[in-house]
Structures are given as structure tokens and as C-alpha cells.
Write a protein of this length. Structure first.
Length: 366
């Protein structure tokens, strides 16, 4: 490789890294993304490809967070939603992102890699919806809810317990004869579309900027400094993921964990399928794509997880994601509409904002 070629790649690498960090800041901390998920994923893949070419052995300098845990580009790989105004707390088990794909063949490549790692001809998977909300981890000790923490940088997140305690569907205590001594239950906080419209209507009437989508509004709500204000907004939560658990072998499979969540009366996803091959998993993914618009929560893909907990441990993880799970992301729905007018909106401060008036169309079920 010529020095000029290497220099050009290094320059592009720095530009991509800076761009991704800015987009992470807008998405995770400010809840105001400037590009679509697909555009972000394209930049991320270009960055990772360049990174592997420039550093094939993975020798980039490691960073250390405030807790003393060494991270390898983790703030970029996982994102970081922490704010200075919130108390931070370390996850008992790191809370990573998922590798994702929009391509059918890449899903089957994932299955091939995992079968090779585990030396198995066929694997059992659990398929569930990928929810477009705000990631949260709930810690229960002796069955009692102790705290709710955002993903943060994957190692440490912000404590938001005070902003979600009012959720009626969230159990403060696990009622069961047999429960783990300690468990992290993970899921997503989201906002239903009707509530999103109600709040945006109020903001429009008072001349305030509108939220772009329910996910952004949910992210802003969990980070409000006044719990009373957060209580005025109707958030929802749905649980599906397992973090740390004591005893460690309490659950043998992902399926048994989902069954326990239902028995313990947690709000869960209604679509969870256990399948015995990647081919069956693909059929279920296609089925979910047809059903997802009828769900109360926004769903932008399917998550496919290895069912065996022992297998998950053997497969391990990379710096940013478990090797035993992948997200297949559905293509964003698109429609052609008509620009009917452009009006000028004057805010309370006198700021003038141009607003496009588009002919209504049915999009993503709304």
C-alpha cells in the first residue's frame, strides 16, 4: 500500500470518526438525530472497514473510563447517553449494542460463524422484535427494584429510576416463590404515537419546537431533571433482555427467561418465537415484518439470539457486541407525497421557522 493511499485512508478515517461521534452525540445525548438509521449504519460500516484495513490487529489505544474499566473505542462503538446532571452507575454486566444487517445473506453468515464456533450442525434461536426506544436496565435485589439505568457507554449509565417509577406496568417487586438473588432485566422505554401527537400539539400551540418522532421524545423525557414533569408524559416500557444474574445458572435458555418474565408479570413483547434452525428463523423474521405495524411500540427490525445460555457464554463477545446475537433491520417504509404549502411559523422568541405542509400518507402504520 502506497504512503499516499494510506494517508488518504487515515484522513477519511478521522473524518468518519468525527462524524460518527457527532451523530452519536445528537442521537444519544440530545435526542435529535440528523440522519436516518440506515445512513448512520452505512457510515459505521465504512468506518469499521477502514479501521480493519488500517489496524488489522486491533492495536488502537484503549481508553479507561471513570470506573477504571478499559474500553476499546467503546464510546464510539456503543454510543454514550450519559449527562453530567445525572448520577451514574456501573452495569453489573456490560450493556452492549448488537451487530446489525439489512441483508439476508449476512444473517446466514452469522449463523455459519456461530455454528463453527460451537461446532454444531444446527442451532436453536429466539426471534423477537427490535424495538426503537430508549434502552434501560432494571436491577432487582432479592426481588426488589433498586434502580433503572440507561445504556450509557455500555459500562456505566445514568440512573433514571425517579423518572419511570410512575409506570403502572413496571413491577416494584418480583412476586414469586423462587427468584434470583440479583438480576438485571433489560428492555426499552418508548412512547405510543397518540401520546407523541398530544405533546407535540401542546408544543405547537405554545410556539415550541416539535419533536421529530416518539423515540426522541421518550429519550428526552427519561432525562428530565424534574420527575413531576416526566410523570406528565405517558411513557411505556417493555422488557426482553437479561444482563447479570445470580446465581449465574438460574436460566438455562433465553426461552426460559422469557417465560419467567411473563410469570413475574413484566410487560413483555408479544412476539417471541423459538426456532430450531436459521431457515426457520428467517421465516419468522419475515412473519414479524408483516405483523410489526400492529404493535403499540415502534419496531424497526428483528433480534435473533442463540437460545442456549451456555452457548452464549462460549461464543462470547467483541468490544461492542455479543457474537451470539444479531439484529436484522427492516427497510424503512417510504411513500411519495405532495408538498401543498410552506408556511412561516413565529415562535415566542420571535424566531421564524419555515414549515412544510405535506399531503398526509399512511407510513409505518400511522
Amino acid at each position: 500500500m502506497s504512503s499516499d493511499s494510506t494517508s488518504a485512508k487515515e484522513k477519511k478515517f478521522v473524518e468518519l470518526k468525527s462524524s460518527l461521534q457527532r451523530h452519536d452525540e445528537q442521537y444519544y445525548r440530545n435526542a435529535q438525530p440528523e440522519i436516518t438509521d440506515q445512513e448512520y449504519d452505512r457510515l459505521k460500516r465504512e468506518f469499521e472497514k477502514l479501521q480493519s484495513e488500517l489496524d488489522p490487529l486491533g492495536l488502537f489505544a484503549e481508553e479507561t473510563d471513570q470506573s477504571g474499566v478499559q474500553l476499546k473505542e467503546i464510546s464510539l462503538e456503543v454510543g454514550d447517553d450519559r449527562l453530567d446532571s445525572f448520577e451514574s452507575h456501573n452495569h453489573a454486566e456490560v450493556m452492549l449494542s448488537l451487530d446489525n444487517t439489512y441483508d439476508r445473506s449476512e444473517f446466514f453468515d452469522f449463523d455459519n460463524r456461530l455454528r463453527k464456533i460451537l461446532d454444531e450442525d444446527c442451532l436453536t434461536y429466539v426471534v423477537e422484535p427490535k424495538i426503537d426506544g430508549v434502552a434501560v436496565s432494571l436491577s432487582y435485589e432479592k426481588g426488589k427494584l433498586m434502580r433503572a439505568v440507561t445504556r450509557g457507554n455500555g459500562v456505566q449509565g445514568d440512573v433514571i429510576t425517579q423518572n419511570i417509577l410512575h409506570l403502572s406496568e413496571l413491577p416494584r417487586k418480583i412476586i414469586s416463590e423462587k427468584i434470583p438473588d440479583f438480576i438485571e432485566i433489560r428492555g426499552e422505554i418508548y412512547m405510543e404515537h397518540d401520546e407523541f401527537l398530544r405533546i407535540n400539539k401542546e408544543r405547537e400551540e405554545s410556539g415550541e419546537a416539535l419533536y421529530a418522532n416518539p423515540r426522541n421524545l421518550a429519550a428526552g423525557t427519561v432525562k428530565l431533571l424534574d420527575p413531576k414533569e416526566a410523570k406528565q408524559r405517558k411513557l411505556k416500557v417493555v422488557l426482553y433482555g437479561l444482563g447479570a444474574c445470580q446465581p449465574h445458572d438460574y436460566f438455562q435458555t433465553q426461552t426460559s427467561f422469557h417465560e419467567a418474565l411473563k410469570d413475574w408479570c413484566f410487560p413483555v413483547v408479544e412476539f417471541v418465537k423459538t426456532v430450531t434452525s436459521s431457515e426457520n428463523a428467517w421465516s419468522v423474521i419475515c412473519q414479524l415484518d408483516e405483523l410489526r405495524h400492529g404493535y403499540a411500540y415502534p419496531t424497526d427490525g428483528a433480534v435473533i439470539k442463540l437460545d442456549s445460555r451456555d452457548g452464549q457464554e462460549i461464543a462470547g463477545r467483541t468490544a461492542k457486541a455479543p457474537r451470539w446475537a444479531i439484529a436484522y433491520k427492516f427497510e424503512s417504509e417510504r411513500q411519495v407525497t405532495k408538498l401543498e404549502d410552506i408556511i412561516l411559523q413565529v415562535g415566542r422568541t420571535g424566531a421564524i421557522t419555515p414549515v412544510a405542509c405535506l399531503q398526509p400518507v399512511q407510513l409505518a402504520g400511522t
